[in-house]
Design a protein around this ligand. Structure first.
Ligand SMILES: [Zn+2]
Length: 183
């Protein structure tokens, strides 16, 4: 495998920051990878360009001193990809913040974040995914030991457990793609 290494140099930093969307062998969008990984997959024939996908799929041009590579924005695996075992993560600060994209679910602030039990534990609320959200300290203080309705506050989402990353990626991909097509 060493022989096939591709040297990408010079002005490449920006290009290398770009990403390529990977589809599974059965044409489902599964993840986004950096261009270096995409090139390796293509060169080792573990993936192929996914042609005719949308009208926004201009290939990304990658130049090295000796060659120019056109890397498609969408590639499809030609091999079955091995799925890692995945379980719903345990409810903890890190995972809840990640699910909520580090955003207070009441006001949208990204500062001074804490966790809020939607139904307070004192009122029987449990420490589970659908009862915990990210809340900034001001919102948390304002809400206090009350239900959101009692405090006149509205949640931006109905909290639920994170879904499998591939499922989440697929949903996000199609949402964005639909936006691109429509807009
Ligand atoms: Zn807030």
């Amino acid at each position: 495998m060493k022989k096939k290494e591709i040297i990408v140099t010079n002005n490449a930093t920006q290009i290398l920051g770009q990403t390529v969307v990977v589809f599974s062998k059965s044409y489902l969008p599964i993840s986004q990878i950096n261009i270096r990984r995409a090139i390796i997959l293509l060169v080792t024939e573990k993936a192929e360009p996914l042609v005719d996908f949308g009208n926004d799929s201009e290939p990304i041009e990658v130049r090295s001193p000796t060659m120019v590579l056109l890397v498609p924005q969408y590639i499809r695996l030609t091999v079955n990809h091995k799925e890692r075992v995945w379980r719903v993560p345990t409810v903890n600060r890190r995972e809840v913040l990640r699910r909520d994209r580090h955003t207070c679910q009441y006001c949208g602030s990204m500062k001074h974040l804490s966790l809020d039990h939607v139904i307070p534990t004192s009122k029987g609320g449990e420490h589970v995914w659908n009862n915990i959200v990210t809340a900034c300290e001001p919102c948390n203080n304002r809400k206090g030991d009350r239900l959101p309705e009692q405090a006149g506050m509205v949640l931006r989402i109905k909290p639920k457990a994170p879904v499998h990353p591939i499922v989440a990626f697929g949903a996000q991909f199609w949402r964005e793609h639909k936006l691109m097509v429509n807009g």
